[in-house]
Design a protein around this ligand. Sequence first.
Ligand code: PMP
Length: 407
Amino acid sequence: TAALDVAAVRKDFPILQQQVHGKPLVYFDNGATTQKPKVVIDTLERYYETYNSNVHRGVHHLSQVATDAFEKARNIVTGYINAPDSSQVIFTKGTTDGINLVASGFSRRFLQPGDTVIISAMEHHSNIVPWQMACEDNGATLKVIPINDKGELIMEAFEAMLDDTVKIVSVTYVSNTLGTVNPVEDIITAAHARNIPVLIDAAQAIQHITIDVQALKPDFLVFSGHKIYGPTGTGVLYGSEEWLNKLPPYQGGGEMIKTVTFEKTTYNVLPHKFEAGTPNIAGIIGLGAAIEYLQQTGIPAIQQYEEELMTYAMEQLRQIDGIRFIGDAANRSGAISFLVHNIHPFDMGELLDRQGIAVRTGHHCTEPLMNRFNIPGTVRASLSFYNTTEEIDKLVAGVKRASAMLL
Ligand code: PMP
């Protein structure tokens, strides 16, 4: 594959050209949200300037243009994750929305007293709380796959948890805090051997790792558009045909129905059954543009570049006196969490910000994980293919400078 031209890539992202506190912006908060290429911004503008209209409603010209563009985005996502059919690609508001959709359906139909839901110790709050609520409402129990000190799932413990009480396993592909890449293939195989469905939270995987749902065979897979260079307020739920048919609708309203009378409503076919109300039309079309941009830039080149950048970042950061990585898994992607001596992450984050370097500090919506490591939070640098080795050098120098000031 042709190598990535990072200088050319950076020109595609207008926001990266600016200065923060008089220093060139170094953006290492990609795990929270990614920046948007110009083509995505232009797509939003073109939608509102030339064909703003509701989808799947009118016969008039603009409505048809908008519907075609919206459904084209669905086809782009279908191709990107290799879904068997575009009807299995449901548009949502984001990862949180997708997990709540599935958890609410399980709560209403498939959970009883004595049942179990399995998650892991490294889940984002959005893959903990919806299941906790579902368990609470049904007298079911939430069980948690433990992790080792490197931040890797203890698979023997997981396999020992699988019994007839387990109704669903819901785990993250990549940890937003530790960067650990989980063996989701093995998790799915083990669960399927007992006919247990699996939901994969791909929020931190979809922008770094090729996902082929026909090879991986998750029952559900969710992600957010804004973490894959698309607009906020957009997301995807992929589901197997079997489970999307079994699962009840999430919200009632327009678009999700076939016929309505006051006595009885029948539901629309997939994917519309799960898309009540007017969706984020501009955003979804923008998400399609974002994925097309990645495909045109070259997914293999992006992935190879990101892997090299991660290796370089880990090598360089390891040189810092007193650094301690939270999560040091062999298989890592996206995020690097660390602490330096006893410096509070907020103090480190603030001093880095003054140097124009954006990192995230705190618990990263993974409080139970922070408790597991007995820390209040971490400093997290999360990488994208528009970051450079020079920026890694600036981060390392910045952390050293901040340490010297704070120690
Ligand atoms: N899961 C993971 C692993 C995440 O990283 C995030 C976002 N930080 C979410 C879920 C929630 O995504 P959103 O806020 O876009 O719904």
